[in-house]
Design a protein. Structure first.
Length: 153
């Protein structure tokens, strides 16, 4: 069964014509495969392609005089869109839950860190108090030793 001309457009290979004075003209070599009774046949035809200002193909004129004006149609598959949105929302919810869990763990670690900082400050204070007490005891001891030597010596 031979494909119609619009289906054949999918098989175009574009080659710019260097000698052309029109910037929007392109020489096209078409390689169309058509299947007839399990046999492959390749047709080849020159064509002139006119591009619009935005770079889209606006008109194709084949060597045999056939003119094709391609039409671009955008269709929205609502079911696929809805399914993609459901999947997106699910993944977003999973991500949000993971982020909330991670934030909760971070808050726990920060609270533990704060407790440890307070405990460290307490230990520093205790260590300074002990150092001060040891220095005071050494001072009293040194004065006692000095007083004892003066008494006996």
């Amino acid at each position: 069964m031979k494909r119609n001309l619009n289906e054949q457009l999918e098989d175009f290979i574009y080659k710019y014509d260097i000698n052309s004075s029109y910037a929007d003209e392109v020489t096209v070599y078409e390689q169309v495969e058509s299947y007839l009774d399990d046999q492959t046949e390749t047709d080849q035809m020159d064509a002139n392609v006119v591009l619009s200002d935005d770079g889209q193909i606006s008109k194709i004129t084949f060597a045999d005089g056939t003119v094709v004006t391609p039409e671009v149609v955008t269709e929205m598959d609502q079911d696929a869109y809805d399914q993609a949105m459901v999947e997106y929302e699910y993944k977003k919810d999973v991500y949000d839950k993971e982020m909330n869990d991670a934030n909760a763990r971070v808050k726990i670690i920060q609270a533990q860190d704060q407790k440890l900082e307070v405990r460290l400050k307490q230990l520093d204070t205790e260590q300074k108090a002990l150092s001060t007490e040891i220095d005071a005891v050494k001072s009293v001891r040194d004065k006692s030793i000095e007083g004892s030597f003066k008494t006996f010596g």
